[in-house]
Design a protein around this ligand. Sequence first.
Ligand code: ATP
Ligand code: MG
Length: 564
Amino acid sequence: MSEAAPAPAVHKHFIRQIIDADLASGKVPSVVTRFPPEPNGYLHIGHAKSICLNFGLALEYAGQCHLRMDDTNPTKEDVEYVDSIREDVKWLGFDWGEHYYQASDYFDFMYECALKLIRAGKAYVCHLTQDQLREYRGDLKTPGKNSPWRDRSVEENLAEFEKMRSGAYEEGKALLRAKIDMASPNVHLRDPAVYRIRKVAHHNTGDKWCVYPMYDFAHPLEDAYEKITHSICTLEFEVHRPLYDWLIDNIPGLPGRPHQHEFARLNLTYTVMSKRKLLELVQEKRVSGWDDPRMPTISGLRRRGVTPAAIRKFCETIGVTKFNSLTDVALLEHAIREDLNKTSARAMAVLHPVKVVIENFPEGHVEWLDAVNNPEDPAAGTRKVPFTRELYVEADDFMEVAPKKYFRLTPGQEVRFRWAYFVKCVGVEKDADGNVTVVRCTYDPETRGGDAPDGRKVKGTIHWVSASHGGKVEVRLYDRLFNKQDLNDDSDGKDWREHLNPDSLKVITGFVEPELLKSAPGARFQFERVGYFCADAKDSKPGAPVFNRTVALKDSFAKEMAKA
Ligand code: ATP
Ligand code: MG
């Protein structure tokens, strides 16, 4: 009997299958992919899916993946965006090596391609106005009409295109169109625009050009120029593929023959993914910037404390399909927790403090106890935590009148203080309004380390911080930025901004063990029993870290939403 085959290391999604077949048949000698962001915003978790796919395939198949700034549009580019994109791709763990490109470097080549189309009688300069173009285009049910300029001679088109290039025409007065088929059922083939006049300087080419290629024309040519084999894009480009292929097949002498393959984009619950909307959140100051830890941007996730490994794992888990769907953001949070659980050091922090006084512990005395840094990682070692007469514990770890199954601090009950002693609550002090100000306790010196020599057990273990040796820190409790599941669904007629979660950020003061005060910016921790946190990379100062909550220990949000 044969044994069952081991599970494959990765899911053989349809793009992997296509590549396998293309390599096996000899259609391509090796795999060349690209990630082509338009530098008009910061990258987000949706882009991460595309980055992991494109760079991941290049790694798996020992090919190469190019990082290409798709900067053919002269108005929107910004160096800040270019820099952030490069940083984010690197941070995710990918390397383009020498293959960093800018589409605007190919303007000469693209212009030559346009000339080739004209010479082949497959492109013409058209002077229809915007309104006329719309009218002549027809729609899904009605075929389009031929432009009156469609049958110009090659010579006339060359002269007209030259007039466009030299600035003789104002914007909107002339357009170069591919001559394909005005009756095609695919409207993208109805003599699409390939070059338009834009009298705007370009961040890379300056004033050299006043004609710029349209996206649908530029993209296949960029791919062909770089000899991309598999040009992977999102599903909405499926209907553009016939034009992509037409251009590649009708422009002679291209360096490569790329093929376009489409996959479903990532949509996440409670998350806005459109660059335009993210820009609006920044401009309207609804968040502190592109890297606000609540943003779904790579820089926001990084600042929040998410690891690149967690993002890569998430992207592999969700897979690659041809069906648009909405992925539960809880899946991302799960990947983040799983990774941080393995890698982050444990520490004790009390976020909503109530004071504990250990009556039988000498005043001024300090005991330095050993605490394990990461039970998941023995190599992480131990650290010392100071135990003193006055401590802080979480307010909800004490109840004056507790129900039966409450195993934390309540008068007469003994609990374990993590890494320290058995501690018993013996009374409370209250202010004039009846609020508990101090929980009075005693400790059992025989239970150092957390076990009793007489074998008696306690049911609860709670964390604590020394009031005299711990430190105050600012803690930013982040939650989901929106409180609506599907933000693509606007059937309620409301503006998407109305679904911003008013409680997505709460700033509080917490008490942390002294070791945490030395945290380097960006350092990640599990605050035991509380959640995963990281020292904010921007606002932390030496000795005064600011902590961001990356994610709570458990998915309490789902429960809250179910109750609401
Ligand atoms: P826009 O077209 O509004 O500028 P975009 O999200 O398409 O937005 P690009 O910079 O063109 O921005 O995207 C770069 C690459 O990332 C593209 O190949 C695109 O297919 C891919 N991409 C963008 N959003 C997602 C997403 N949500 N899921 C997967 N891939 C995405
Ligand atoms: Mg795009």
